[in-house]
Design a protein around this ligand. Structure first.
Ligand code: HEM
Length: 479
């Protein structure tokens, strides 16, 4: 018995010794990069504020500047928020690749879809899918977006008149319905699986987010990981149904049937394998779901909290549309104040708060001449860059007017304003999300007013996306 215990302690002791040596070697490699004292095994997690990652990093930024080391455990990340260096990281995709967080953790849900793949696989798949996400292609779906938004307003907002509601369900369901029709001609309003898919996608994103941010393992025997894998398998069965429905339409097509020009068609035409299609579809759905839905939630919350901004949006919608609801591309272009509101929402609530890349060789960050060793993960905190006081006056204020005259479309590398990322891996769904946002809010603002719920404050947690664990509550008042 004693010898068994002795053996166990020796193995644990040897393991700890290896980890401490690894820690010291890593520390030596990045000793030229500013950092607060980190300890072996726990890194900065000994610090009570460290699990609140966003707050902790903003304190570190004040202490160390725009490039510093952060230790979420035994290995460091280099936090980079200097705009020119960020640009280098996000454009040099041969040196800065999507590393282990993507291939081990994200991949549990996303497989080898667009978000997680690298190199030729990524280039090929992006080439195959990007034509469906350009403005002209998306504008063809505007009538459908209008129709679904109106239906959802009727189903959810009208009965909520005078009441407080959590907006998550409205925006999640609307995002799902729009995505289903846009990506595969599928009508989620009639699909009993829609509720489950909503839950499954958000849950998956939260779990993966937590495991990435806190550096937790994703071993298959952990109950929540086991159940996540089961959910992903069920999601693949759901995608199989969508593929079979389209294959049936193709095989039974009458001569006048015109197949929708959508991502599902793109995947079938490219003769992707079943596995590739499951992963790509799940990727698009997951990447576009919480993001679009929480973007809508935060916008409604900020409008409710700033009645003067809400009134200006209402006035603009009235001026451009009058009582019409058939929103056309030229209408959307005229709603410039609403566009600035959307930019300001994404600045304050950066829905994807962090992205990271791993170096495959030693590299110099040109702007600062700082060496980043091979195998290091660089963390780009888009959320903190968007509140950088060097760039934004009163960065925590909600002030859409600040975008007037800045000439910023949906991103600006110069300002470090990158809510949709940058370079060849920029969000493929950015135009879809913004057109959808414009339509949703034009129709909502024609019909109702969001009022602030006293004492409600969202409890923001930063996982893959910026979610609120206590929902987003507002009072709805029909006009
Ligand atoms: C407000 C809504 C959205 C925000 C804020 C957002 C944000 C982002 C960001 C920051 C990235 C870059 C990630 C990185 O560089 O590592 C990204 C990538 C991506 N997004 Fe979005 N996104 C949104 C909506 C959507 C939608 C609607 C879709 C699809 C239907 C989508 C699909 C994707 C995909 C597939 C990628 C990976 C692209 C690649 O690496 O080639 N996103 N998104």
């Amino acid at each position: 018995m004693i010898s068994v215990l002795g053996a166990i302690f020796s193995v644990i002791g040897a393991g700890l010794a290896v980890m401490i040596v690894q820690f010291l070697m890593e520390m030596l490699k990045i000793s030229h990069i500013p950092a607060t004292l980190a300890l072996p095994l726990v890194g900065h997690l000994y610090h009570p504020g460290a699990p609140m990652v966003m707050k902790f990093l903003s304190v570190m930024r004040r202490r160390h500047g725009k490039i510093f080391a952060f230790w979420p455990g035994n290995s460091p990340m280099i936090v980079v928020m200097e705009p020119k260096c960020v640009r280098q990281i996000l454009t040099d995709t041969k040196t800065f690749i999507k590393g282990a967080d993507y291939s081990n953790k994200f991949a549990l849900v996303f497989g080898e879809g667009l978000v997680t793949s690298n190199g030729d696989k990524h280039r090929g798949d992006r080439g195959c899918l990007s034509k469906f996400f350009v403005r002209g292609a998306i504008e063809k779906y505007m009538d459908f977006m209008v129709q679904e938004t109106q239906l959802m307003i009727q189903e959810t907002m009208v009965p909520a008149n005078g009441k407080e509601i959590d907006l998550q369900e409205f925006f999640h369901m609307l995002a799902l319905r729009v995505f289903g029709y846009f990506a595969a001609g599928h009508d989620y309003s009639k699909d009993p699986e829609a509720k489950w898919i909503n839950h499954c996608v958000s849950n998956g994103s939260n779990i993966i987010g937590e495991h990435i941010v806190l550096g937790l393992p994703v071993w298959g025997f952990i109950p929540r990981i086991k159940s996540l894998k089961a959910d992903v398998a069920k999601m693949h069965q759901h995608v199989e149904k969508l593929i079979q429905a389209r294959e049936k339409q193709r095989s039974e097509a009458k001569p006048d049937w015109v197949e929708p020009e959508d991502p599902l068609k793109g995947m079938l035409d490219a003769k992707m394998s079943r596995k590739e299609m499951y992963e790509q579809f799940t990727t698009l759905l997951s990447a576009g779901h919480d993001t679009t839905a929480f973007f809508g939630c935060y916008m409604a919350y900020l409008l409710a909290s700033h009645p003067e901004v809400q009134q200006k949006v209402k006035d603009e919608v009235k001026e451009v549309l009058g009582d019409r609801t058939d929103i056309k591309p030229e209408d959307a272009k005229k709603m410039t104040y609403t566009a600035n509101v959307m930019k300001e929402v994404l600045r304050l609530y950066t829905v994807i708060p962090f992205v990271n890349r791993t170096t495959v060789k030693d590299v110099n960050l040109r702007e600062n001449n700082m060496k980043i060793p091979s195998g290091t993960t660089c963390l780009v905190p888009l959320c903190l860059m968007n509140r950088d006081p060097d760039v934004w006056e009163d960065p925590n204020e909600f002030r859409p007017e600040r975008f007037e005259g800045l000439g910023i479309s949906d991103n600006s590398a110069k300002h470090g304003y990158l809510p949709f990322g940058y370079g060849s891996r920029t969000c493929i769904g950015n135009t879809l999300a913004l057109i959808e946002g414009n339509i949703m809010f034009a129709l909502l603002m024609q019909k109702l007013t969001f009022k602030k719920v006293e004492d409600f404050k969202p409890k923001i947690t930063a996982g893959i996306s910026l979610v609120s664990s206590n929902g987003i509550r507002v009072r709805v008042e029909l006009d």
